[in-house]
Design a protein. Structure first.
Length: 267
């Protein structure tokens, strides 16, 4: 059996990248102690939404990304974390850094959150490339937040051999948004017969009501691990939390033999 022990590292990012880097290091250490090979942090783990992004953005060879690399090296695992990098057009890219023993690459969010009254594209430039990485012999696709509403990306991961998609998010609060989150993460797992590890920001404070919209998408918690058959295997609550579970890569082949939706596609 081929498994990838995966940690979903749900926390509430502050506006201070250095503070958030310390949180990442602390949670990566805890994940490593629990045997994780992959630690996934939320979108905007560098700095939460709701502040000007250009002043905090750094290149992939900058000090913040290097801090994540050092944490991954010190704890002996692969880390995926959301950050912001400068874009050539003056905006920023909403970037996932993936770094560890066998990988050092990045994914720029393709689908921008121009929905529910937000306009991410005003300040964020879209990515263009589908990205998969190999972690401990298991291929993993990278996606971010609003990407979850676009099944073709998850199928593209499957077509490239991925058995797991990681989905860092900072989900917007509001009426029915938890319902959307739970439905969409399960649907994408079924669309591509793939594991989905969706890791969200925890809400910004103990009194936050995830049913009430906020000025910026600052998270609703409820990080979730969904199996390739669409069943929820693990789910966090609304507070900062570390959830560690084994992703069984062999189960993907079993499900695809039973429900060959990828092979049966006509369009």
């Amino acid at each position: 059996m081929t498994t990838l022990r995966t940690a979903m590292c749900q926390f509430t990012a502050s506006t201070d990248p250095e503070e958030n880097l310390r949180t990442i290091d602390s949670m990566a250490a805890q994940a490593a102690e629990e045997g994780a090979q992959l630690a996934v942090f939320p979108e905007a783990a560098m700095a939460r939404f709701g502040i000007p992004l250009a002043p905090v953005a750094e290149p992939l060879d900058g000090p913040w990304a290097d801090g994540v690399r050092e944490s991954a090296r010190r704890h002996g695992l692969t880390v995926v974390a959301g950050m912001f990098t400068p874009s050539a057009d003056g905006r920023v890219a909403n970037t996932l850094l993936a770094t560890g023993p066998d990988v050092d690459t990045a994914y720029d969010k393709i689908h921008l959150y121009d929905a529910f009254g937000f306009s991410e594209s005003d300040t964020v430039a879209p990515g263009e490339k589908v990205v998969t990485v190999d972690v401990a012999g298991v291929r993993v696709g990278l996606a971010t937040c609003y990407d979850v509403r676009f099944p073709e990306l998850f199928r593209a991961h499957a077509d490239e051999g991925a058995v797991l998609t990681v989905l860092p998010t900072s989900w917007g609060a509001g009426p029915s948004k938890l319902d959307h989150w739970q439905l969409l993460t399960r649907a994408r797992a079924l669309d591509a017969t793939i594991w989905v590890a969706a890791v969200g920001q925890a809400p910004p404070g103990p009194d936050a009501d995830i049913r009430q919209p906020t000025k910026a998408p600052t998270g609703i918690g409820h990080s979730v691990l969904v199996g390739p058959d669409g069943r929820v295997r693990e789910e966090a609550g609304e507070k900062p939390e570390l959830v560690v579970a084994d992703v069984d890569a062999d189960e993907v082949a079993e499900v695809r033999r039973a429900v060959a939706v990828l092979d049966n596609r006509r369009l």
